[in-house]
Design a protein around this ligand. Structure first.
Ligand SMILES: Cc1cc2nc3c(=O)[nH]c(=O)nc-3n(C[C@H](O)[C@H](O)[C@H](O)COP(=O)(O)OP(=O)(O)OC[C@H]3O[C@@H](n4cnc5c(N)ncnc54)[C@H](O)[C@@H]3O)c2cc1C
Length: 155
C-alpha cells in the first residue's frame, strides 16, 4: 500500500453512484484474472451515470490522481488496476439498447453476453466471440496477446 491509499478525496463532487473505499472493494480492484499484479487503488467508483465518470475524471485530473477503467477484470497483467488512483468499475453502466435499424448503443460496462442477449433475437450477429463474460469496450483496449497494445484483444 502506498501513502496515497489513505489520502482523503477532498472536493469530490456529488455523484449519482458511489465511491467505495472499503478493504473488500480495494482488494477486489487490486486483483485480476492473472493474479500476477496487485496495485492498490485510492478508491473505486461505481458510477451511476456517464456524468459521474466525467466528473471524477475532471476531479482526478485536477488532483493529479490517475484513473483506470475496469470491466470484468479479466485481463492478466494489472491493466485494469492503478496504484493510488481511482478504478472506475464500469459494470453499472452496462445497458444495451434494443437494435434499431441494425444499430445498438452499448454501455461502457456491457459484456458480450448482454450484447448477444439484445441482438440475437433480431438475428445478429452470426459470429461473435468465444468468451461472453468480458466487455466489448474492454476488448477494444490492450490486454492479452502480443499485438494487443496496438490492435485490441477481441478475437
Ligand atoms: C484466458 C483468457 C481468455 C480470453 N478469451 C477471449 C475470447 O475468447 N474472446 C475475446 O474477445 N477476448 C478474450 N480474452 C481477452 C479479453 O477479451 C480481454 O482481456 C478483455 O479486455 C477483457 O475484458 P474485461 O471487461 O474483463 O477487461 P478488464 O480486465 O476489466 O480491462 C482490460 C483493459 O480494458 C480497459 N477497459 C475496461 N473497460 C473499459 C471501458 N469501458 N472503456 C475503456 N477501456 C476499458 C481497462 O482499463 C484495461 O486496460 C481472453 C483473455 C484471457 C486472459
Amino acid at each position: 500500500m502506498t501513502d496515497e491509499a489513505t489520502r482523503p478525496l477532498t472536493g469530490l463532487p456529488a455523484l449519482d453512484g458511489t465511491v467505495l473505499r472499503s478493504e473488500e472493494a480495494l482488494a477486489e480492484a487490486a486483483d485480476d484474472f492473472g493474479h500476477l499484479v496487485s496495485l492498490r487503488p485510492l478508491a473505486v467508483l461505481r458510477p451511476g451515470s456517464a456524468g459521474d465518470v466525467a466528473a471524477v475524471v475532471r476531479w482526478a485530473a485536477a488532483q493529479g490522481v490517475p484513473v483506470v477503467a475496469r470491466g470484468e477484470g479479466h485481463s492478466v497483467y494489472g491493466r485494469s488496476q492503478v496504484d493510488g488512483g481511482i478504478v472506475v468499475d464500469m459494470r453499472p453502466l452496462g445497458a444495451v439498447s434494443p437494435p434499431e435499424q441494425g444499430r445498438i448503443a452499448v454501455g461502457a460496462g456491457a459484456t458480450w453476453r448482454s450484447v448477444l442477449a439484445a441482438t440475437l433475437p433480431a438475428g445478429s450477429p452470426r459470429r461473435c466471440c468465444r468468451t461472453t463474460s468480458t466487455s466489448p469496450s474492454a476488448a477494444l483496449s490492450p490486454s492479452a496477446g502480443l499485438a494487443a497494445r496496438r490492435t485490441g484483444t477481441a478475437w
